[in-house]
Design a protein around this ligand. Structure first.
Ligand code: DUC
Ligand code: ZN
Ligand code: ZN
Length: 474
């Protein structure tokens, strides 16, 4: 076992920012030390990392990624190897990826398939949620066994994508009832997919095929309506913990906030794309006839810059009505995969890549005055770890925790570009963004995996994290 001392930095946690040295022994943090103490001066350590002028924070926890996911007639372009390496470059040291179970498929087989993809191919630690594409007697039973034996304690349901992942209200209710019994969290893709499909067919029939119609046929009201229904069903099911994924609309957030004032276990995340990108400037890029906007087709969609969505999302992050920032990393290359939707926006594979830039993009929110430093760490590391049963192994720097540590230079400049990023995607949704702050050094379980832009990790380093129940319930 070798020892590492991270010295001279400011330890930023979800509650404080304090000059602190961090002592690591092997894979774990073993002590937090006052800088300059005799203990530090006399200490024999194998490696010292000078963090002078930098923040020292717990490795980021991204609880919403889709690596190697078959979807939209193709497959997400990052593998576990490329996606986890890119995540590490951006200071994320744990991901929770989505296993996909489709109608009729045995849930346990789907889980085995995802273990086979990830094992030995992950640079950082990873856990799994389970997408239940088919809610039936067998899959309901499997929920209990995944929670009890497999360390998979959260299940994603879709109120969108009829014929693909869609669950009707009865199926949603049954899965929620099961989760109420076994303690699992239900994650909800909340959009009224039946109504959306009508709007999509009408748009196509009218000859409206450009990417911007992807957003125009998924109006904010249909996100809010689905959120409302999900909340009602969770209540009827006995107060199932509900986590609404990728919230993008003010109206949906307002419904979540209202419910939270009652003390209900209703939680939500947003993603950087909804904080920075818009329907007009990105999904509508290039104007009529342009296909450029396909780069930005994701669901929920980007929202109008003429409304208050982004401002409300930042506020929701401040007030904890949005507890987490994840990425919904689901990359598809523009030059081949996104082309599937040329001439028909409904065939554009939905998703964009962002796993590498979450910490930087949310840190920019600190620089811009939207969030405190502590809230940055809380929304990007500590709360996601607690929300999904990984704390204090993950999400904090404390004696006994995994030594997942990021040294972050708040004076650096990060320029985002597909030319320099590490994700396996031929464009960046954030191309040209110039951000204040940058990741300098990243440790995953005590091993330095990134240092000043150099890759020092290994695709066999990452381990499966068996998760417990949510530790964020109230
Ligand atoms: N939304 C996306 O944009 N991609 C993957 C699945 C989803 O719900
Ligand atoms: Zn979704
Ligand atoms: Zn997703």
């Amino acid at each position: 076992m070798s020892t590492t001392l991270v010295t001279g930095g400011t330890l930023v946690s979800s509650t404080a920012a304090t000059p602190t040295d961090v002592l690591i022994d092997g894979e774990r943090v073993v002590a937090l030390l006052t800088p300059g103490s005799d203990l530090v001066a006399g200490m024999v350590v194998d490696e010292r990392i000078d963090a002078t002028g930098c923040y020292v924070l717990p490795g980021g926890v991204d609880v919403h990624t889709h690596l190697e996911m078959p979807f939209g007639g193709t497959e997400a372009s990052d593998t576990f190897e490329t996606g986890t390496r890119a995540a590490a470059f951006g200071g994320t040291t744990t991901i929770v990826d989505f296993v996909v179970q489709r109608t009729g498929e045995v849930v346990e087989h789907a889980l085995e398939t995802w273990h086979a993809k990830a094992a030995g191919n992950s640079a950082i630690d990873y856990g799994f949620h389970m997408i239940l594409g088919g809610v039936d007697e067998e899959s309901l039973k499997a929920m209990d066994s995944l929670v009890a034996h497999e360390g998979v304690t959260s299940f994603k349901l879709f109120m969108a994508y009829p014929g693909v992942f869609y669950s009707d209200d009865g199926q949603v209710l049954r899965a929620m009832q099961r989760a109420s019994g076994n303690g699992a969290t239900v994650m909800m893709h909340a959009e009224n997919g039946i109504a959306i499909d009508v709007l999509v067919q009408q748009a196509l029939a009218a000859g409206n095929t450009d990417p911007v119609f992807h957003g125009l046929t998924r109006p904010a009201e249909l996100e809010a309506e689905a959120v409302n229904r999900a909340i009602a069903l969770a209540k009827v099911a006995g107060g199932t913990p509900l986590y609404v994924v990728h919230v993008s609309a003010s109206q949906a957030l307002a419904r979540i906030a209202a419910e939270r004032t009652t003390g209900a276990n209703v939680f939500a995340e947003t993603c950087p794309q909804y904080l920075y990108l818009t329907l007009e400037d990105h999904l509508g890029a290039g104007g009529p006839g342009s296909f450029e906007g396909a780069k930005y087709a994701c669901s929920t969609p980007l929202r109008s810059k003429h409304e208050r969505h982004a401002a409300d999302l930042w506020q929701g992050l401040r007030t904890d009505d949005l507890a987490v920032v994840s990425t919904d990393h689901c990359p598809f290359c523009f030059n081949d995969q996104k082309q599937l939707g040329r001439g028909d926006f409904s065939k554009i594979p939905n998703g964009m890549g962002g796993v590498e830039h979450r910490l930087d993009l949310v840190h920019q929110g600190v620089v811009d005055g939207h969030l405190s430093l502590q809230r940055w760490v809380e929304t990007c590391a500590t709360t996601p770890a607690r929300m999904f049963g990984m704390y204090p192994q993950k999400g904090t720097i404390a004696p006994g925790s995994d030594a997942d540590v990021v040294v972050y230079d708040p004076t650096a400049t990060t320029r985002i570009s597909a030319q320099t990023h590490h994700m396996n995607i031929d464009y960046s949704a954030f191309e040209g963004f110039e951000l204040t702050g940058g990741v300098r050094t990243v440790l995953s379980r005590g091993r330095t995996v990134v240092d000043r832009g150099t890759w020092l990790g290994s695709p066999t380093h990452g381990r499966f994290v068996r998760r417990g129940l949510s530790q964020y319930l109230r």
